[in-house]
Design a protein around this ligand. Structure first.
Ligand SMILES: [Fe+2]
Length: 185
């Protein structure tokens, strides 16, 4: 279940109703898939073969098709990151820059963890959404954000696209953004 950390106040939201309500107010889509549906052998596996990626997509086919039908996604794939990913540190450094897309950015976490840091409404400012297996999130189009890993540095996620060729990161310069969060460990 996702948890929220509001950077300006240090406030943390962990209750399901609270988290859902907060994300709804920030216009961030949040859903939950059953992480137990995944075969146990894939629940802790982060270096995946093409076959294993296909198996994950097959496991969640119903959930993917439902989301795609409701929101217009036409293509999906699996992305995985872990210590076994070549140049993980460089990749993360690249990811950790605030940017926007003209499409929404959808991720369904199927194993491991990830964080989306998102610019909320004026009153809220930047907040972190800490995700674990089963969490499905969509960062709205044109909303400043970035993605990073948590301390375990590993994640597997389904990505869904309306138009993969249009999914480009536009850097967003924001003097209000402070990179170091006061996140509690
Ligand atoms: Fe992005």
């Amino acid at each position: 279940m996702a948890q929220i950390h509001i950077r300006n106040t240090g406030e943390r939201l962990a209750g399901e109703a609270e988290v859902r309500d907060f994300l709804e107010r920030q216009e961030v889509l949040y859903e939950h898939w059953d992480p137990e549906k995944l075969p146990e052998s894939l629940q802790e596996k982060f270096n995946l073969t093409d076959e294993e990626k296909e198996e994950i997509l097959r496991t969640y086919e119903e959930e993917i098709r439902s989301l795609a039908q409701r929101r217009g996604y036409v293509q999906w794939d699996i992305v995985s990151l872990s210590e076994e990913t070549p140049n993980l540190d460089e990749l993360l450094k690249k990811f950790e820059n605030v940017h926007t897309h003209t499409e929404d950015e959808v991720r369904a976490i199927t194993a491991g963890n990830g964080i989306f840091t998102i610019k909320g409404d004026e009153e809220t400012g930047y907040f972190d959404v800490e995700l674990s297996a089963g969490d499905v999130i969509s960062v709205p189009e044109n909303t400043p954000h970035f993605f990073t890993l948590m301390e375990n540095r590993r994640v597997v996620a389904v990505r869904l696209f309306i138009d993969p060729s249009g999914w480009v990161a536009h850097p967003y310069q924001d003097p209000a953004f402070v990179k170091e969060s006061s996140r509690m460990k």
